[in-house]
Write a protein of this length. Structure first.
Length: 123
């Protein structure tokens, strides 16, 4: 992915370190709430990330002129998405839906992830 970024002169967001710290913090806080809460957090994060990758793939499909590297980029994004969806499946298998206030917890985490993605897309 880094090679594709360099090839197309795409700069990563300057918020990347903050996003990493936020993700670590969110994981730590939900882990303190218990295994099921940590799994619910994973479920929510991976759901949003999977949707984000699907959105990126749809945007690539809509390009009027396609650079020769688009098939490779799509392949990389599909691989990343599938990996994230495996994490989602693992979270559900480990009883994410048994977390206290599951619906509230996942809604808050999903909303936070969506805001973070939108901010990172702009900065």
């Amino acid at each position: 992915m880094n090679a594709l970024q360099a090839q197309h002169q795409v700069k990563p967001t300057i918020l990347h370190p903050l996003a990493q710290f936020g993700g670590w913090g969110l994981g730590a806080v939900t882990a303190l709430m218990g295994k099921e809460a940590a799994m619910a957090c994973t479920e929510a994060v991976e759901t949003v990330i999977g949707e984000h990758y699907d959105d990126q793939l749809a945007e690539l499909d809509q390009l009027k002129t396609k650079h020769p590297s688009v098939p490779l980029l799509k392949s990389v994004i599909e691989e990343f998405r599938d990996d994230e969806l495996e994490h989602l499946d693992t979270a559900v298998e480990h009883h994410s839906q048994r977390a206290p206030a599951h619906a509230l917890l996942t809604a808050v985490v999903e909303a936070g992830c969506k805001v973070a993605i939108e901010l990172c897309k702009r900065v």
